[in-house]
Design a protein around this ligand. Structure first.
Ligand code: SF4
Length: 724
């Protein structure tokens, strides 16, 4: 049998690497990095290299959801049904809830792993047909603070830099990101840039001495949650030393005086104390960031910041993002090669979801729900009288509302909230109390499937068509190499089928708003919605992506290619064209450690696992790096408590407790502990504070969130650690 090659993308992280899928008949037999894809030029990390093994028949026979399944009683067996019955039931149950309780009694919780076309139809279904903004996504757990930070300061949710800037930067400021594990192919590019350019300085700020920190010329082991104080302290020093760029500030920004007054109190002594770092390191970091090795020359070396969940997953997430951007604006480190604030996207298509407005407070093409003109534009595009004006429930609030009985029907697609959401006790209550739960999913092994009344089998990587956008605004085509297994359907097809059925009940006699027969027909509508917006892609088509390869936005009608980096002209998408400084004060973490819970628990990724392990957990070789869950602590903390390597310990927060082995590690700060986020119920069981069964580290985490971005503080919870 001959081997076919299909060009697509890796479904894991936001680097968005291109892959060449090898297939024979209906089986994926191999995968290679795409040498022509600008995100990776042929490289793949351990996860990407093993994608084909996760799609082998031996694995998928055990993991995949292949038929619609119905559970007639909670906790009972899920029994096979047919698509027509399943979709009729779903439409009837949702319609009943809407008729009795109104449209806001239903909620859609979707995913940054969906393709842009899938996202678009979910958003249109909720806001255009049902009339609720209760559509949110696991991107809320991933990038919403980055969105809010960009909008607050630069005026639009648009990462201004690109991967190639790594090759131009003279200083890399990596903060709240373990790129070595979370974005390995980009990290390899950083390592190579450093080898080529020995003069490049790398600063890493992180509570843990991660593998990324091993690359640093200067490591700042900051206390969890102290980032805003660090950034204010750096600006304080820059001001004192004359390292800011007054000409750039005057020409291209507003609001600097207020910020200047705010950071006056952030003296090096205070900042060193709050952040737990040395004063002299603070000075070094400020000088390297400013890029003025010789201030008399005035020549400024370029600085690029790379950041991720350490800034985003925080009750101060927006402030962390915005105050880091302050530093770039104050020093003019933006809009030139090698400069800029550059948020690294956690998931493969969190960017695409933001582009179509698939969140509870957004509308299509970066429009704002709070803006009446934007609501009108979207309603006109869709051909509906209006879109609802009240913000929908964001992720945490959506599950809280279901737990409180306010949301009665939930539709969950391509994400696993029964493992990934913080405060699992509340999420379990929500899933148990909701009257009807639909789970649209490729993997039967996702924990959330256990709570579904109706399970809808979806296609996944290598089986579906559409587009994704990576961290550098680059849109790539995802392509199908093999047919859908069993009765699985594409996510967009499932949504369109449901939408057409519920339309007949909610909009009787009217023509459908979902006339799509291909992902391209959806994408073309999305493309038109971007006309005149900051992310305008009216010059881009599937045909162009096929012929010319992945492209960055914006790419307007008539453009030959997209824009590599933004704001080169110093004009920002704000009312006056100026970027805005954010004078936001530092606030401590939501749940500071105290005598009963004396450890700061941080969470994060492992190198070879992805999210809840539904895919990577099927391969023995990916357990070679870390084979079992463990909690890591500093050896001095262990010694003080009479604990040793391998001891089983209870790790307990106010919300729950889990038991796992202990491992000493000098990479962890004193009074801190670290647990990887991936381990689910097969590996890591525990109990809620009221005695219910829970699993994974999110039995412990808090749902406290940033008041602006609504992104929860998954990166910090106060815990105690006691021998089991
Ligand atoms: Fe996939 Fe990310 Fe690894 Fe690239 S770096 S192969 S996108 S997991």
């Amino acid at each position: 049998m001959s081997t076919s090659i299909t060009r697509s993308t890796c479904p894991y992280c936001g680097v968005g690497c291109g892959v060449l899928i090898e297939s024979q008949g209906d089986q994926i037999t191999g995968v290679q990095g795409d040498p022509d894809h600008p995100a990776n030029f042929g490289k793949l990390c351990s996860k990407g290299q093993t994608l084909h093994f996760t799609a082998s028949p031996a694995v998928t026979a055990q993991t995949r959801l292949l038929h619609p399944m119905l559970r007639t009683s909670r906790g009972g067996p899920a029994l096979r049904t047919d698509w027509d019955s399943a979709m009729s039931l779903a439409a009837d149950r949702f319609h009943n809830v809407i008729r009795e309780h109104g449209p806001d009694a239903v909620g859609f919780y979707i995913s940054g792993q969906l393709l842009t076309e899938d996202y678009y139809v979910f958003n249109k279904l909720a806001k255009g047909v049902i009339g609720t903004n209760n559509v949110d996504t696991n991107s809320r757990l991933c990038m919403s603070s980055a969105v809010a930070g960009y909008k607050l300061t630069l005026g639009a949710d648009a990462p201004p830099a690109c991967y190639d800037d790594v090759n131009h930067a003279q200083c890399l400021f990596i903060v709240g990101s373990n790129a070595a594990f979370a974005h390995p192919v980009l990290f390899r590019r950083i390592e190579e840039a450093r080898q080529r350019n020995p003069g490049m300085k790398v600063i890493v700020a992180d509570p843990r001495r991660t593998d990324t920190a091993e690359l640093a010329d200067l490591f700042l082991p900051i206390q969890p949650g102290s980032d805003v104080m660090l950034f204010h302290g750096l600006l304080h020093i820059m001001l004192w030393e004359g390292w800011t760029d007054p000409a750039y500030i005057a020409a291209h920004t507003s609001g600097f005086d207020e910020l200047k007054a705010l950071v006056r109190d952030c003296t090096p002594d205070r900042v060193a104390d709050v952040c737990g770092i040395r004063k002299e390191d603070l000075f070094t970091a400020a000088q390297w960031f400013a890029g003025l090795d010789d201030p008399r020359s005035g020549a400024r070396k370029p600085t690029l910041s790379l950041y991720c969940q350490g800034l985003n997953q925080s009750s101060s997430g927006t402030a962390k993002n915005a105050t880091l951007i302050n530093l770039h604006l104050a020093t003019g480190q933006i809009g030139r090669p090698g400069t800029g604030p550059f948020s690294l996207t956690g998931q493969p298509n969190a960017m695409g979801g933001r582009e179509v407005g698939g969140l509870a407070n957004l509308l299509s093409a970066h429009r704002d729900l709070a803006n009446p003109a934007h609501r009108h534009e979207v309603a006109a595009l869709w051909g509906v009288p209006s879109v609802p004006d009240q913000p929908g429930k964001t992720a945490v609030d959506m599950f809280q509302a279901a737990a409180d009985g306010e949301i009665k029907a939930l539709w969950i697609a391509c994400t696993n909230p029964a493992q990934s959401m913080p405060d699992q006790a509340t999420v379990r209550r929500a899933l148990e109390r909701a009257e009807f739960v639909v789970v649209q999913e490729a993997f039967a092994t996702a924990t959330t499937c256990d709570f579904a009344d109706l399970l809808l089998p979806a296609t996944t990587w290598g089986e579906k068509e559409g587009t994704v956008t990576n961290s550098e605004r680059r849109i790539s085509r995802a392509r199908a190499a093999v047919p859908a297994p069993g009765e699985a359907r594409h996510d967009w097809q499932i949504v369109v089928d449901f939408a057409q059925r519920i339309e007949t009940q909610l909009r009787p006699g009217q023509s459908t708003l979902f006339p799509y027969d291909t992902p391209e027909s959806i994408w073309n509508e999305h493309r038109e919605s971007t006309r005149g917006r900051d992310l305008d892609i009216t010059g881009l088509s599937y045909d162009m992506l096929d012929k010319q390869g992945p492209q960055q936005w914006p790419l307007r009608d008539g453009d030959a290619q997209g824009k590599e980096r933004l704001y080169e002209d110093g004009i920002f998408p704000t009312a006056d064209g100026k970027a805005r400084f954010a004078a936001l004060p530092w606030k401590p973490v939501a749940e500071p450690r105290e005598s009963r819970f004396p450890f700061s628990l941080t969470t994060g990724r492992l190198r070879d696992q992805w999210h809840g392990m539904t895919r990577t957990g099927t391969l023995g070789r990916l357990f070679g790096h870390v084979s079992e869950p463990m909690v890591q602590m500093h050896p001095q903390d262990m010694e003080r408590r009479g604990l040793k390597d391998g001891d089983l310990v209870h790790v307990t927060s106010k919300r729950g407790s889990i038991v796992l082995p202990l491992q000493g590690s000098a990479s962890i700060g004193l009074s801190q502990a670290f647990i990887a986020m991936h381990w689910g119920p097969e590996y890591l069981s525990g109990r809620s504070s009221s005695g219910g069964v829970l699993a994974g580290v999110n039995a412990l985490t808090t749902s406290a969130y940033c008041p602006t971005s609504k992104q929860p503080e998954l990166k910090h919870a106060a815990v105690k650690v006691l021998k089991a």
